[in-house]
Each structure stands twice: as structure tokens, then as C-alpha cells.
Ligand binder design. Structure first.
Ligand code: NAD
Length: 296
């Protein structure tokens, strides 16, 4: 028997971001009123990739709007790995810098893992240092990558039940797929991780109460892969003929999913908001022991 169509909520990631950013701005203002300097994010951009430059501009504007400092360090495309690491090490030593983000992709010949390892884990607001990735795996406090954090905020905001839920994550990258799988598991979901070699992806997706697609293959997830009432988070961003397209057939998901994130104003703004939140956290934690978190 066909199920009743669902009233699908299209997630407004921009509105949720604005709410959270307003609270962050208040916290920053309180610090400044108390006579402290504002939190500061250092962004390192290597080369002249136009998309990266645009992302960085968005991050800088977001910092400024909540009263944080944002300092850009631009290196020529000809910069070597040693040059990038030297820049990062300088920022590690700089007490006026709370968070460090090295924009990826990096030019050929620069190993992003070695660069991530050079960042002081206490300033690693992107959560890519092996120590922070390891802490997440072990359920210990540390900085977590921004996109997965933003996804968890969306699920929390929409009161999506996670305990005992079947969560399916498509994609196993270090920046999205792996950390979101761990966060969902920490929230007591039963998580299935899928990737490019997964057999019968459609059948696995059809069992998902929560479906996270972080792939980069336009409209990979078809409407008939979505379980009625599922929460669908579309992380993927592809550009086809100048138009942004996600990993999910979002139009097809309407009337089936409980919530779905749109290509614009979905996960993207939440990623930047979590970067601001992590930067404020790094600022507030500077010189203090790491906070304890509950996990089991
Ligand atoms: P990635 O390329 O590192 O990983 C892609 C993953 O998808 C891999 O694990 C691969 O195994 C899997 N995959 C590839 N083809 C598949 C297939 N046909 N079926 C199942 N799995 C398949 O990508 P990433 O960095 O995790 O990013 C994924 C997407 O999310 C990209 O489109 C990226 O632009 C987007 N993204 C968006 C945000 C945001 O804030 N909105 C943030 C990060 C990434």
C-alpha cells in the first residue's frame, strides 16, 4: 500500500545559521566588553584558484559580521610545501591567532596531510589534524570538521530522532563522510557507510531513516531510494551548466522525506557557521584544559 505523502520541510540553513551567528556575535561582544581582543581566524590560501578565493571571501565576511578578526595569508601558486608549513608554524606561534584554516585544494606537489599535521591541534578549527580526527574516533573532546558539525545542528534543530535510527552515509572522505558517521554513531544511530564500491546502494538507502549524501555525483540519490519520512541531508555540490546541483534529487524528495536540505542555503551556510563556532571555542579554550564531553 503506498504511504501517505509527507509534508517535507525544506531546511533553511541560512536562517538557522543567522540564529547561531547572532548568539556567537553576542559572545564575542561580551569578551570585547570585558577588555579582551576579539577571536581571530587565520586563513591560508595558496595559489589563485577562483573558487577558493570566493570561499575565503565568504569566510572573512562571516567572521567580520560576528565581530571576529580574519587574517588572510596568500601564498603564490609556486609556493612549496615547506613554504606553506613555515607559514602555518608562524601562525601556531602567534598568540593573536586562535584558529587556522588552510584552504583546500592545495596546488600539486603540496601534501594536504602534511600541512594539516603542521597545524597546532589547539588551533585546528577544521578538525583535520590527526590528533583531532583520532580524538573524534575515540570519543574524546577535540575540534571536529565543520560540515559534519553543521549537519548535526540541522538534525538537532529539526528534532530528528537519532537513537537507534538507521543512518546511511554515502561518501567516506576525511572531511565529511568519516566524521559525520562517527558523530551519528555517537548520537546512538546505527550507521552504514557507503562509498564508490558499495553494492546495491539504492537498497541500502531505502532502509535509511537518516540519509547523508556527501559524494559530488549530481542527483545520485533518486526519489525512489528515499524511505518515506527519512531526513535527507544533501552535502554534494556540483556545477552543471552554471547551475548548482546536489547529490540528491531534491525535487523528487519532496513529499517523501521528512526534511531535505536544498542545494543553496542548506548545508553550506552551516559549514561556515560551525567554523565561527570552532574559532570562538578555540579562543575561549586557549591556555585551558580541553573540556570533557560525554560519549559512550
Ligand atoms: P570526496 O571526493 O573526498 O569524497 C567523495 C566520496 O564519495 C568518496 O568517499 C567516494 O568513495 C564516494 N563516491 C564517489 N562516487 C560514488 C558513487 N557513485 N556511489 C557512492 N559513493 C561514491 O568528497 P568530499 O570532500 O567528501 O565532498 C563531497 C561533496 O560534498 C562534494 O560535492 C563537495 O563539493 C561537497 N562539500 C560540500 C560542503 C558544504 O559545505 N556544502 C562541504 C564539503 C564538501
Amino acid at each position: 500500500m503506498p504511504s501517505e505523502p509527507h509534508q517535507t520541510v525544506v531546511v533553511d540553513g541560512l536562517a538557522l545559521s543567522r540564529e547561531i551567528r547572532a548568539r556567537l556575535a553576542e559572545a564575542v561582544a561580551r569578551h570585547v566588553q570585558d577588555g579582551r581582543r576579539p577571536p581571530s581566524l587565520a586563513v591560508v590560501l595558496v595559489g589563485d584558484d577562483r573558487a577558493s578565493a570566493a570561499y575565503i571571501k565568504g569566510k572573512r565576511r562571516a567572521c567580520e559580521r560576528v565581530g571576529m578578526n580574519s587574517v588572510e595569508h596568500r601564498l603564490e601558486a609556486s609556493a612549496t610545501e615547506a613554504d606553506v608549513i613555515e607559514t602555518v608554524e608562524g601562525l601556531n606561534r602567534d598568540e593573536a591567532v586562535d584558529g587556522i584554516l588552510v584552504q583546500i585544494p592545495l596546488p600539486d606537489g603540496i601534501d594536504p596531510n602534511r600541512v594539516a599535521e603542521a597545524i597546532d591541534p589547539a588551533k585546528d578549527v577544521d578538525g583535520l589534524h590527526p590528533l583531532n580526527a583520532g580524538r573524534l574516533l575515540l570519543g574524546q573532546p577535540g575540534w571536529v570538521a565543520c560540515t559534519p558539525l553543521g549537519i548535526m545542528k540541522i538534525l538537532e534543530h529539526h528534532r530528528i530522532p537519532l537513537e537507534g535510527a538507521n543512518a546511511v552515509v554515502i561518501g567516506r572522505s576525511a572531511i565529511v563522510g568519516k566524521p559525520i558517521s562517527l558523530l551519528l554513531q555517537r548520537a546512538h544511530a546505527t550507521v552504514t557507510m557507503c562509498h564508490s564500491r558499495t553494492r546495491d546502494l539504492a537498497a541500502i538507502c531505502r532502509e535509511a531513516d537518516v540519509l547523508v549524501a556527501a559524494v559530488g555525483v549530481p542527483r545520485l540519490v533518486k526519489a525512489d531510494w528515499i524511505k518515506p519520512g527519512a531526513a535527507v541531508i544533501d552535502v554534494g555540490v556540483s556545477v552543471i551548466e552554471g547551475e548548482l546541483v546536489g547529490d540528491v534529487d531534491t525535487d523528487g524528495a519532496r513529499g517523501i522525506a521528512s526534511i531535505v536540505t536544498p542545494h543553496r542555503r542548506g548545508v553550506g551556510p552551516m559549514t561556515i557557521t560551525m567554523l565561527l563556532q570552532n574559532t570562538l571555542g578555540a579562543y575561549e579554550c586557549a591556555g585551558r584544559p580541553r573540556p570533557r564531553i560525554a560519549s559512550s
